[in-house]
Design a protein around this ligand. Structure first.
Ligand SMILES: NC(=O)c1ccc[n+]([C@@H]2O[C@H](COP(=O)([O-])OP(=O)(O)OC[C@H]3O[C@@H](n4cnc5c(N)ncnc54)[C@H](O)[C@@H]3O)[C@@H](O)[C@H]2O)c1
Length: 321
């Protein structure tokens, strides 16, 4: 086993569970830091025996001392900060949203600085951009103006700005990744979780109506997690922010791919598109990262439906949930 130690916040969430999955399979030392002790997403990916080597710390990101203590006690060398409250939770409780998403992120940077860790990887979001009307057609350039119209997007933009200052003032470098619509086992909450919910329904042999349509970029949770790990393994000097890319796809293509993975089910969707442009340019990611993970959509959907089927058959998941 290597001496590296990955400190993963939000590890009980979807992308966090996948991050643990890949790190554990690589034999890495992992510290999970999450306010929740609910391992239900992780249990879909790793057996109890596989989780034995993980150090689980139950802690609140909004408490600076708790984050510092955990990072120092377990000798973190790599930090992957994923914990956050998603759009609907920030909308329902704006102050808590800011405490978790902004202050919590500052606490992670601060704890890293105090522990002498020179690089932090963290999750931003394409929600830092504005509505499609303010941009030209086509993929949105990396440096297009940011104009978030959700509190969540504003908090993520604030984190990106704070990360720049952490580099200039304290020399702590960072790499942020901005996912769009993440899908895969474990994606069960947030405004864009419906395609995955449709995959679960399909695995159970049930029809599903997805609450949005239009064209967007879908990213496989397993790929997204590996991209975060890649970013942690190859620390860049400076404060970097990368869009995750992928081919923009119409929801009809997604529905067809789910139907192909589960013939006989009916997957429909609302025509209304998400309030974001259809896709974001990932040229910067490709330029800076040694490897870009991009499982083809039909393969990712097929794998997800099959994984769900196995979980349902083994009683690790129920449908309806
Ligand atoms: N899922 C997507 O489509 C998507 C898209 C863009 C950006 N992101 C970002 O990626 C990251 C991971 O997303 P996800 O889908 O895995 O999220 P998730 O909602 O599944 O998980 C978030 C985790 O953060 C934890 N958390 C919340 N408050 C906390 C606190 N105060 N202290 C410690 N832990 C706390 C939760 O318990 C949960 O386990 C987030 O930062 C999210 O904003 C996700």
């Amino acid at each position: 086993m290597s001496q590296r130690s990955y400190f993963v916040t939000g590890a009980m969430g979807c992308i966090g569970a996948w991050t643990l999955y890949h790190l554990v399979r690589r034999g890495e030392r992992v510290v999970s830091y999450d306010i929740s002790a609910d391992r239900s997403r992780l249990d879909l990916l790793l057996t109890e025996a596989e989780q034995v080597g993980v150090t689980f710390v139950r802690g609140d990101l909004t408490c600076r001392e708790q984050v510092q203590e955990a990072m120092q006690r377990y000798g973190a060398s790599h930090v992957i900060h994923l914990a956050a409250l998603q759009v609907p939770f920030c909308r329902a409780n704006p102050v808590l949203g800011a405490q978790v998403n902004v202050v919590g992120t500052l606490n992670v940077f601060e704890a890293a600085r105090e522990a002498g860790i020179r690089h932090v990887v963290y999750a931003s979001s394409i929600a830092v951009y504005g509505p499609p009307q303010i941009y030209p057609d086509g993929l949105i350039a990396h440096d297009a103006p940011l104009s978030p119209d959700t509190l969540y997007g504003g908090f993520k933009q604030c984190n990106e700005q704070n990360a720049r200052v952490y580099f200039t003032d304290y020399g702590v470098s960072s790499t942020a990744l901005r996912p769009y619509v993440v899908y895969g086992v474990g994606r069960d909450q947030g405004m864009t979780s419906d395609p995955t919910k449709a995959m679960l329904a399909a695995a159970a042999g049930e029809d599903y109506h997805i609450g949005f349509g239009g064209v967007s970029q879908l990213q496989f949770a397993s790929d997204v997690a590996q991209q975060f790990i890649e970013a942690a393994d190859h620390p860049l000097q400076g404060a970097h922010v990368f869009n995750l890319g992928g081919e923009p796809v119409d929801m009809q293509v997604v529905a067809d791919a789910i139907r192909a993975a589960a013939p006989g089910v009916n997957i429909t969707f609302e025509p209304k598109a998400l309030p974001f442009p259809m896709g974001f340019d990932d040229a910067q990611l490709r330029q800076h990262m040694g490897r870009v993970y991009e499982t083809p959509l039909s393969d990712g959907i097929q794998q997800t439906v099959e994984w769900f089927r196995t979980c349902l058959a083994e009683g690790r998941l129920r449908y309806p949930v």
